[in-house]
Design a protein around this ligand. Structure first.
Ligand code: IFM
Length: 452
């Protein structure tokens, strides 16, 4: 175990959320339709045809939820801005009520001592833009920059840290490659184009945010998944390298090296991202921080039939309710590797957490020791990375509240606060109390033991 005093005094302890997953109020105050509203309304796309129409009703209940954040002792919270609240048609007309909502939200957070770390895009693209080609079209990247500028202009006097995008791999490959997520397209060409335009819009937005809010720290959040070979064989090592290229290097290389990885360009050929002159230099705009979302790893072996690498399941390992292997050391390995290969700016773990099937007991308690153990082990891995010299700036647990888990609907609970969906009552879980005591202990220089 790491020495808990490894964390610097200014290390940020946070929790993460996203607009579509918690806000609800889908038709209120002029919000436009998003691709997730449309996807959820399409029968069979989301478990039980559930949607984020009400979600946790954070839109109305945010003062109470911010009180929970304050009592938890959070330094910061990740929230995302819903693009369709600001530009109901994606571009053009600004909906002032949408901006007013985030204005009130940010003021309330600051009043309670919680720093907002907004993300501009957490997957809720205005449907009108999807109708014009979505992220597969360059024009969506142009619309994103106009949106980023309007939001940063209004909120930039109170926001210190902006993330442009959350997990462009998911937005591109699950949204446009497999169709598991909105908008539900299944085309590798579209996914490659979407990934490129997401990255391009990131680069353009970095410049736009800094122009209108010069004191901002700007970064991007990538979901990274270390890939390990199932054996030392050359074929398995190549399988792991390909998986690593697909998940990790495809995004890290353009952001930090202004290039796409050559082995993956070859792998995807004849499909290719629609790169225009100057795009890669734009994407590689220097950043103030890198956000890393880490949940699990993959172990790969070569496919004897020559197709995609095969994922190997470790029968000895523990898995979460998402069926994701619990592998905290992967986070340590990943952080050291990202530092060695990319020399990034300070890293925030912008998401880390686990879904388990939590229940409220007869006396109304929710006891979730597996989640506590998961968080503790991953925080420990971060402490070890700091001791190994990796520049770490903060940790955000995913998630503050149980919420709408995309195609899984409400069936997967990631929160440290339980949400009773029929009544929308909030019940802090035992992991919430553990995290509260852990944060308080860190403020105390890591000298006491975190309460159980
Ligand atoms: O719920 C998601 C979140 O929106 C993005 N990162 C992963 C989480 C768990 O799947």
């Amino acid at each position: 175990m790491t020495d808990k005093t490894a964390f610097p005094a200014d290390f940020v302890w946070g929790a993460a959320t996203a607009a579509y997953q918690i806000e609800g109020a889908a038709d209120e105050d002029g919000r436009g339709e998003s691709i997730w509203d449309r996807f959820c309304a399409t029968p069979g796309k989301v478990r039980n045809d559930e949607s984020g129409a009400v979600a946790c009703d954070f839109y109305h209940r945010f003062p109470d939820d911010i009180r929970l954040m304050h009592e938890l002792g959070l330094d910061a919270v990740r929230l995302s801005i819903a693009w369709p609240r600001i530009f109901p048609e994606g571009r053009g007309r600004v909906n002032q009520s949408g901006l007013d909502f985030y204005d009130r939200l940010i003021d309330e957070l600051l009043a309670q001592g919680v720093q907002p770390f907004p993300t501009l895009y957490h997957w809720d693209l205005p449907q009108t833009l999807e109708d014009e080609g979505g992220w597969a079209a360059r024009s969506t990247a142009e619309a994103f920059v106009a949106y980023a500028e309007v939001v940063a202009e209004r909120l930039g006097d109170r926001v210190s840290h902006w993330a442009t995008h959350n997990e462009p791999w998911v937005a591109a490959w699950l949204g446009y490659g497999s169709g598991e997520h909105a908008p539900g397209r299944a085309s590798a060409d579209d996914a490659l184009a979407a990934a490129h335009h997401l990255l391009l819009s990131h680069g353009w937005a970095v410049e736009a945010i800094r122009r209108v809010a010069p004191d901002s720290n700007v970064g991007i959040t990538l979901v990274l998944k270390p890939a390990y070979p199932a054996s030392e064989s050359e074929a398995d090592r190549l399988a792991a390298r390909t998986a690593d290229g697909f998940f990790n290097r495809w995004f890290l290389d353009p952001v930090f090296r202004a290039s796409y990885p050559a082995d993956l360009l070859e792998y995807f050929a004849p499909s290719a991202p629609p790169v225009e002159e100057g795009d890669l230099e734009t994407i590689a705009a220097p950043l103030d921080f890198l956000g890393v979302n880490y949940y699990s790893r993959e172990v790969l072996r070569a496919n004897p039939e020559g197709g995609l690498p095969l994922v190997v399941r470790d029968p000895e390992a523990s898995y979460t309710a998402m069926d994701w292997e619990i592998y905290p050391n992967g986070l340590f390995d990943l952080l050291v590797r990202v530092r060695d290969d990319y020399d990034p700016p300070p890293i925030y773990i912008t998401e880390n957490g686990a879904a388990f099937s939590d229940h409220s007991t007869h006396d109304g308690e929710v006891i979730d020791p597996e989640r506590q153990a998961y968080i503790e082990a991953h925080v420990d891995a971060i402490g070890r990375a700091i001791e190994a010299g990796v520049g770490m700036a903060g940790y955000f647990v995913w998630s503050l509240l149980d919420n709408f888990e995309w195609a899984h609907g409400y069936s997967k609970r990631f929160g440290i606060v339980y949400v009773d969906y029929p009544t929308l009552a909030r019940v802090p879980k035992s992991s919430y109390r553990w995290y509260r005591d852990f944060i308080a202990n860190q403020r105390n220089g890591g000298r006491g033991s975190a309460g159980r």
